[in-house]
Design a protein around this ligand. Structure first.
Ligand code: FES
Length: 193
């Protein structure tokens, strides 16, 4: 939990040098959208940037973002816990989000989810024991024309999912055990947006 009392010194960065570069560049763009005195408004974007790099929002990372934007820890936590797109627990290296909204549901997303469960041996909200895969049901991914769709690590789409393409995806990801949460441009599968 983020300490609610004032602490000595700024929170340390949770990022590797490479992650730090991407985070800093993303934060600069996000902050630039607001007047200087309103930079706190970039909090939602900043938390997304953290999640893009780390896969979830560890407490030290929330503290770091709060310090950067001068947002009190309790406020950061309020935002992070209010929106369901933020993950407050670690996920697998390959986090698979299966869309369950109307178009995907009509085109068979239930079967896609069941197949993921069978192949991975986990249910939505769980992570495989080896930490390689986690599974989640998500709302519309804005890929309705390619329903049923899923998203890997927030960046890589697989659309018009079939049993065969899903098996291939899982096999491909399974052969990349060291792959980290992939920011845009570093993904491996079908469509990157
Ligand atoms: S309903 Fe699944 S992507 Fe829109």
């Amino acid at each position: 939990m983020i300490p609610l009392a004032t602490k000595a010194g700024p929170a340390p960065s949770p990022f590797s040098p490479e992650q730090q570069k991407r985070f800093d560049a993303g934060l600069e763009k996000a902050v630039a959208k607001y007047p200087r005195e309103r930079r706190k408004a970039a909090l939602i974007a900043a938390l997304h940037l953290v999640q893009d790099e780390l896969g979830w929002l560890p407490e030290p990372a929330m503290a770091y973002v709060g310090d950067l934007l001068e947002v009190p820890p309790v406020r950061v936590r309020e935002v992070a816990t209010f929106y369901t797109m933020y993950r407050l627990r670690p996920v697998g290296r390959h986090h698979i989000g299966v869309c369950n909204s109307i178009s995907c549901w009509a085109m068979g997303s239930t079967s896609v989810l069941r197949r993921c469960e069978e192949k991975l041996g986990i249910r939505p909200g769980e992570t495989t024991r080896d930490g390689q895969f986690s599974l989640e049901e998500v709302a519309c991914l804005a890929a309705c024309g390619g329903a049923p769709a899923l998203l890997v690590n927030n960046f890589t789409y697989l659309e018009k999912v079939t049993a065969e393409s899903l098996d291939q995806l899982l096999a491909d990801l399974g052969s990349q055990p060291g792959k980290q949460m992939a920011p845009a441009g570093a993904g491996s599968t079908e469509t990157e947006r």
